[in-house]
Design a protein around this ligand. Structure first.
Ligand code: NAP
Length: 289
């Protein structure tokens, strides 16, 4: 079995470490975190690996996972390069969605790669149960990406190969769908609150329709999932909502306008006529100051 050292066994690092250890794909060998206590807790969670107090105490391994926060990856790679020297036949990778493998350049001649699992590791115990089926975007040197494709496939992932120069746009795609969805739900709760509906009732009301909307989008695509006043070209409803939001929650009116304009463009790809679209765009555009 190939050996794996983990620098930064936090939420992602310890989850992957345990999944690979359990699957018998990698033998987790050494773990280095900022604090020794945290590294020891990670070793317990993984069920393998020796916690070390300094990166320089890590014995050479076949694979090195740098899973500290994105802002620490470059400096950690530099420190690791000083520790390893010009070592060949090893691979080093990180799991950031935003950075490419180029941030590990200093580690050459090691084979470098980035592997971004499209999964939220909010709670490692929950991730152990629901990680299977997630996609992993791989990029970097082929000897490393080939081996990592096998490693991630073994723990139930789908592989997506991307180019280093597309990494940032690729990551923006996940940010828009996942992080902005959370923002949308928060904005929606503010509108419900302005209507006197408490948070718990609003969340209960939203859960089935938000989940159904997400499922419709996955099955039918956005063009065929869009419903509501803009898709119908219902100008009166849009005008009334905009008037009420402007007088009760002006900050929401701004977002309603901006997203409404994007909604018009999507609706145009469906049934919305050019005439209705033009009227909606005029209505939704920010008023001149
Ligand atoms: N969380 C997610 O949902 C998710 C999803 C996809 C990709 N990722 C990527 O996975 C990576 C890790 O994210 P995470 O959420 O797992 O972070 P995290 O939970 O905050 O864990 C980071 C770990 O790195 C350690 N660390 C920080 N700076 C270090 C340094 N200079 N040297 C050694 N260890 C250091 C921390 O040690 P201490 O415990 O001692 O503080 C901690 O154990 C990031 O690149 C992130 O972009 C995360």
């Amino acid at each position: 079995m190939k050996t794996l050292n983990i620098i930064g066994a936090g939420r992602l690092g310890k989850t992957l470490g345990r999944l690979w250890q359990q699957a018998g794909f990698f033998q987790v060998q050494a773990i280095f975190n900022r604090s020794l206590d945290s590294a020891q807790a990670a070793a317990e969670f993984i069920g393998a690996g020796r916690a070390v107090a300094a990166l320089e105490l890590m014995k050479p391994a076949d694979f090195w996972l740098i899973a500290c926060s994105d802002s620490e990856i470059a400096a950690t790679a530099e420190r690791l390069a000083n520790h390893l020297g010009e070592r060949e036949n090893i691979a080093a990778f990180h799991c950031s969605g935003a950075l490419s493998s180029q941030v590990l350049e200093v580690l050459r001649p090691a084979a470098i790669a980035s592997a971004h699992p499209v999964h939220s590791f909010a709670d490692p115990l929950r991730s152990l149960d629901n990680f299977t089926g997630c996609s992993v975007a791989l990029e970097g040197e082929s000897s490393a990406t080939k081996a990592l494709a096998e490693a991630f496939t073994t723990i139930g992932c789908e592989i997506l190969n991307i180019e280093a120069q597309h990494k940032s746009l690729y990551h923006a795609g996940s940010v828009i769908a996942c992080n902005y969805l959370t923002v949308l739900i928060d904005l929606s709760l503010s509108s419900f609150a302005a209507a006197g509906i408490d948070r718990d009732s609003a969340l209960k009301l939203l859960e089935p329709i938000v989940l159904q909307t997400a499922q419709n989008n996955m099955a039918l695509g956005p063009e065929n999932s869009l419903t509501g006043p803009i898709a119908r070209g219902d100008l009166e409803t849009v005008a009334n909502q905009l008037k009420d939001l402007t007088s009760t929650a002006p900050e929401l009116a701004h977002h309603y306008r901006q997203l409404g304009l994007a909604c018009v463009e999507l609706a145009r790809r469906g049934q919305l006529s050019d005439e209705s679209a033009a009227k909606l765009i005029e209505l939704l555009s920010e008023p001149m100051r």
